[in-house]
Design a protein around this ligand. Sequence first.
Ligand SMILES: Nc1ncnc2c1ncn2[C@@H]1O[C@H](COP(=O)(O)OP(=O)(O)OP(=O)(O)O)[C@@H](O)[C@H]1O
Length: 239
Amino acid sequence: MRKTYNTRTGGIAALEGVTIGCGKSALTAIIGPSRSGKSTLLRCASGLERPSSGSVFLDGEELTDLDDASLTRLRRDRLGFVFQGPNLLPALDVAENIALPLHLSGRSMDTALFDSVIAHIGLADRLRDLPDKLSFGEQQRVAVARAVVGRAPVIFADEPTCAQDSHDIDRLLGLLRESVRAAGQTVVVATHDPRIAAYADHVYFLSRGRVVDELTLPPSKAVAERMAHLAMWDRGEPS
Ligand SMILES: Nc1ncnc2c1ncn2[C@@H]1O[C@H](COP(=O)(O)OP(=O)(O)OP(=O)(O)O)[C@@H](O)[C@H]1O
């Protein structure tokens, strides 16, 4: 897949020929420094944007062939999203925001799942609060809860641990890991955080719009070292 953004000052090649596969009922991480193309890859893979060339398949169905209405339906019914920045609806409270994807796709709430997810992210006493009463990190936790409770077969999460302390990072990644184990959800996370290593089945390393390495069941140390090298390389320092 390639993606070039056309701007007034010329083309920006965000993805320069990337091929990845994300296992079903697995947690795949796309990790790389800033501007390496992680968000672009997630947006193209989830049908939020169309690649300039190449194809995206979901369970054998080619997303890149679908018209806009079919893509919207597919995203609503089969995909869950945690955007970079929480993206909650400001007029709905926490509980209503979490329930929204289920309402939109006409599915019923699993209240036991709802209760356990809310307890897990530590927001049981904030269910009636509007998003503007929550910190950025709390809103991000609500966004992750919304994706898990929505039981979408595939969750795409862009920097879900942004603005969280290490305790909350563990809670959030643990929640996504549990959604893979218990509900068989497929999770794809874009992050610059090497701590993802402890939770991922497979890691792709992205740099300057290309996959430069990959690891299965990655040891934390190997991911942290690879990231440090990539960051130095990005800054033009010898690694
Ligand atoms: N809508 C857009 N229009 C023009 N250029 C864009 C657009 N979105 C991304 N880019 C550019 O594409 C490249 C990759 O950006 P992208 O956001 O995908 O990287 P990233 O790895 O997610 O970065 P970060 O970790 O900083 O969010 C960057 O050079 C960025 O400036």
